[in-house]
Every structure is written in structure tokens, then in C-alpha cells.
Design a protein around this ligand. Structure first.
Ligand code: FE2
Length: 257
């Protein structure tokens, strides 16, 4: 199976990059299953039904998320109905939505699990490590592939998690920092791993947002509203091919200035 994973899609600029680059990438690379983190796809914060449908119409199979999943009020109206939209599994059990799903493609059962880190995230969620253990025990005998989007800030937490689940998950990809890391690798027990896939959004931006606004925030210490940056755009993805014999991992970067 060939998996294409797309890092945090940031607002209209990120969606523009998807529309421009994804069709030819699908043609060239022929992925069997596509996952994108869409928690910032609508205006840079959250996701709406319309934007969700737009991403799915481009051929994306599952949309993962993280701390920004609740930012658009309408999410509470549709998250429970939408099996292809995930929120972190370590939210309290009473939270709306689901933290993982099992999807069928090419006669294979693919589990996608969305988990959020706790370091520098400011949200008191359950332990990401034990959350994985619990879900893993529940699903391990009934699925062919297990893929985790670990939405977290700290590189150390993401790497520790990768090694912790090595040999149990097939792919662990990090999101949230919006900056790609160059550490894509196959861990000793076979898990394909990257600390962060990186953003799909504006080239000249501060993690996808207009440059001046974060600078002002840092200069003044005051809360400043952020808007999605426009202009040239960038696509960051990860391609993983895995079957009984081999696992391959490759980063993808496409840019249009
Ligand atoms: Fe995030």
C-alpha cells in the first residue's frame, strides 16, 4: 500500500496548494490512501463542513486534526456524523467526534489514530502513550495497517512516542509545528516515522500566517489577531510505501512562489 500524508493545511492558501499540486501528485505517485491534517484549513483556525467536503473531493480519505478542531462553532453540528474526520483520541470520552477510525481500501483495513501531545500544548488531555496502548489492544487483530497522526509541539515527545509504538504502528507522522523535519526514517522495529510533515500553505509566512502579525505579538506581548498569509504556496507531504517485504519513506516538497 502507498500512503500519502499531507501536513497541516493552512487556510485558503493551503487549499490552493492542494488544488494545484494534489491531482498531478496522485497521477504520478498513485497513492492508495491519503490523509491530511485539516485543523487549520478554514481561515487558519478550525474546519467547516464546506472545507471538509472540499478536501474530501480532492481525493483525501481521512482528515485529522488537533487543538484547533473546535475553533469553528459549526464543528459540533457535523463532527459526530463524519467518520472521515478525526479529533485527538485522548480528549475525554464524552467529547464529541471520534479519535480513530478504521477504513477499507483495496481489501485492506487501515486504522488511522489521531493523538495529541501534552508538552507545551496547554490542554490537559489523557496520556498520549497510554491512549495508543488502549486503542492498539482494541484493534490490533482486526486491521492491516495502523497510522498515527501525533499532533504535538515538542520534538522530544514525538520522538519518544515514535519509539514507544515502534513495531506496533506502521506509520507515525507528526503535525502541529507546521515546520517540516528532515528525520523521516524507518525505526528499528519497522515503523515509518517523521517528527513533523510541515505545512501546506504560504511560502512567506510565520507558520502559515501573515508575517507582520506574529512579529507584532512578539514585540508587544499583546494578543494579536492572525490572518492566513497569501502569495506563493508550498506543499509538504510524506509518501510511505509498505508491504510484507519492504517499507519506504520519502518527503515531498513542492513550491510555487
Ligand atoms: Fe495544532
Amino acid at each position: 500500500m502507498r500512503f500519502l500524508i499531507i501536513g497541516d493545511v493552512i487556510g485558503r492558501t493551503g487549499r490552493k496548494a492542494l488544488k494545484e499540486f494534489l491531482p498531478s501528485l496522485i497521477d504520478q505517485e498513485k497513492p492508495d490512501f491519503i490523509i491530511a491534517n485539516g485543523e487549520n484549513a478554514a481561515g487558519g483556525f478550525g474546519i467547516t463542513k464546506k472545507v471538509f467536503d472540499e478536501l474530501i473531493s480532492l481525493g483525501i480519505d481521512v482528515i485529522t486534526s488537533g487543538n484547533h478542531i473546535w475553533d469553528k462553532k459549526e464543528i459540533v453540528q457535523f463532527i459526530d456524523q463524519e467518520e472521515r474526520l478525526l479529533r485527538p483520541a485522548n480528549y475525554p470520552p464524552s467529547a464529541l467526534g471520534r479519535g480513530y477510525g478504521i477504513y477499507k481500501k483495496k481489501d485492506k483495513k487501515i486504522a488511522v489514530i489521531n493523538i495529541m501531545g501534552r508538552v507545551f500544548m496547554g490542554i490537559p488531555l489523557d496520556c498520549p502513550f497510554r491512549t495508543f496502548d488502549e486503542i492498539y489492544e482494541r484493534i490490533k487483530d482486526s486491521v492491516d495497517y495502523i497510522i498515527v497522526d501525533l499532533h504535538a509541539e515538542a520534538t522530544s515527545e514525538k520522538m519518544a512516542f515514535g519509539y514507544y509504538v515502534d513495531g506496533r504502528a506502521d506509520i507515525v507522522f507528526g503535525t502541529h509545528s507546521h515546520v517540516p523535519t528532515a528525520d523521516e526514517q524507518i525505526l528499528p522495529k519497522g515503523t515509518a516515522y517523521i517528527t513533523d510533515v510541515g505545512l501546506t500553505g504560504a511560502v512567506h509566512s510565520v507558520i502559515g500566517m501573515k508575517i507582520e502579525q506574529p512579529i507584532q505579538k512578539f514585540l508587544t506581548g499583546m494578543p494579536i489577531k492572525y490572518d492566513v498569509a497569501t502569495g506563493g504556496y508550498l506543499f509538504h507531504g510524506l509518501l510511505v510505501e509498505k508491504d510484507e517485504k519492504k517499507t519506504e519513506i520519502r518527503r515531498i516538497k513542492i513550491k510555487k512562489e
